[in-house]
Design a protein around this ligand. Structure first.
Ligand SMILES: [Zn+2]
Length: 437
């Protein structure tokens, strides 16, 4: 339900007529058979409302299905996201390991390079030393020729060759090692690049899963809002149905009263025919207006209906413009909170309850000169009657308040030529047609 702020000083009701029901207002009749028809109308309307309630129920159950399927999907998505997170962290670990290995390889390579460099230096120095001993390419020859004997010659020759060969072998080995390390480094670098591509893919996948999750969560929120709205509409339909059912019961009561009245009239006529001058007054119980309230009761006017409360008219019946636009199905009488509210005519209370829109509310069925009327008294601070109670014109039924969709203390008063009709209350009549305000 829409809640209005209390900013407006005008004490009017903010009930807005949602178009739930098609216009319905039948003409009405003095006869019992037409009253029977009226009852049938109420039954039809009630079954319409039940259809609408069933419709809401099936929509709610659809939403429940959708929600549970979405919940499954979200669970699956959460599983996938967890999986992706695990994969991402394991890839990240692999990348860290690979980076460490690459760092270590780079270190090893640079150490090897240093060693090769050192060895090269040693070799060059040795070569220079040999050169300085004899000079030029004849050095080795010199070393060899310096030999004192043939065996010494061979020894010297072999020693020179061994030294040169050994150094060369070490250098070759180290160069091979360096090449191997570089191969290894390039393998690891390739692995690193692959890992980084995989990580990027995983992160992409996770982002998509997260998007999907966000979209599904938004859908869940939307569905739950729709469900709330449906529940609320269903609740107001339930309220309408209860009102219709209660009024149906009160119409039956009115019918019984009508039959009784008819029977009494026949008896009276028979008595009159006998020329007996005794008058029949059947005013027995209900005319005791027990008005123990402190506020001022409205003057009871002549005619079928009297004004239900003292005060000024803060909003007329009919189309309204401005802040509270829409069709206003009643008239608003503003006064201080607690001002007595009285029954506009004799009748049977068929509903005294709290409604989210009407607030504390009393509804009365009237059977006047063979015709059914309904009056509604809304936004009461409290009510002092209950369903089934017979009330008389001018009898206090409650006090003025600002409960329900109301912006300040006032009485919202509706009158129907026939039974109460659900929003947009097309059956409502201008109370000015019945009461001189
Ligand atoms: Zn009103």
């Amino acid at each position: 339900m829409r809640k209005r702020t209390m900013l407006s000083l005008a004490a009017v009701c903010t009930i807005c007529a949602g178009s739930i029901f098609a216009p319905h207002l039948s003409a009405f009749a003095a006869s019992l058979s037409e009253l029977q028809q009226k009852k049938q109308d109420v039954e039809n309307k009630s079954s319409d409302v039940q259809d609408k309630i069933n419709d809401k129920d099936s929509k709610i159950s659809d939403i429940n299905d959708k929600q549970s399927s979405l919940k499954d999907q979200l669970d699956a998505l959460n599983g996938k996201i967890d999986d992706a997170n695990q994969k991402i962290s394991s890839k990240q670990n692999e990348i860290d390991d690979t980076n460490q290995q690459i760092d270590q390889l780079k270190k090893d390579i640079s150490e090897l390079k240093n060693r090769i460099e050192e060895r090269n230096k040693v070799l060059k120095e040795r070569a220079r030393a040999i050169q300085e001993n004899g000079g030029g390419s004849v050095d080795y020859v010199g070393v060899v020729l310096d030999s004192k004997s043939l065996s010494d010659f061979f020894d010297r020759l072999s020693a020179v060759r061994t030294i040169v060969n050994a150094d060369q072998k070490i250098i070759d080995q180290q160069k091979q090692d360096e090449a191997n390390l570089q191969d290894k480094q390039s393998v690891f670098e390739k692995k690193l690049a692959d890992l980084q591509t995989m990580l990027a893919d995983l992160k992409d996948m996770k982002a998509k899963l997260k998007d999907d999750q966000a979209a599904k969560n938004a859908l869940v929120a939307k569905l739950s809002k729709q469900k709330d709205d449906l529940e609320e509409e269903k609740m107001s339909l339930k309220e309408q149905q209860e009102i219709l059912a209660d009024q149906k019961a009160s119409i039956e009561k009115a019918m019984e009263l009508a039959k009784k009245e008819l029977a009494e009239q026949k008896v009276a006529k028979a008595a009159e025919a006998k020329a007996s001058s005794s008058s029949s007054s059947s005013d027995n119980s209900s005319n005791t207006s027990t008005n123990s309230s402190s506020g001022s009761l409205p003057k009871v006017s002549s005619g079928a209906f009297t004004r239900p409360a003292a005060g000024y008219i803060s909003s007329e019946f009919g189309k309204r413009s401005g802040e509270f636009s829409g069709f206003h199905p009643g008239i608003d009488i503003a006064n201080s909170a607690g001002t007595p509210v009285v029954a506009a005519a004799d009748g049977v209370v068929f509903r005294a309850y709290h409604s989210s829109s009407y607030g504390n509310c009393v509804m009365i069925s009237h059977y006047i000169s063979g015709k059914l009327y309904t009056t509604v008294y809304a936004h009461l601070s409290s009510y002092s009657v209950s369903a089934g109670q017979h009330v008389s014109k001018g009898q206090q039924i409650g006090s003025m308040g600002s409960t329900g969709e109301s912006s300040g203390p006032h009485l919202h008063f509706e009158i129907y030529n026939g039974q109460w009709t659900p929003p947009p209350h097309n059956g409502a009549q201008n109370p000015r047609n019945y009461i001189n305000f």
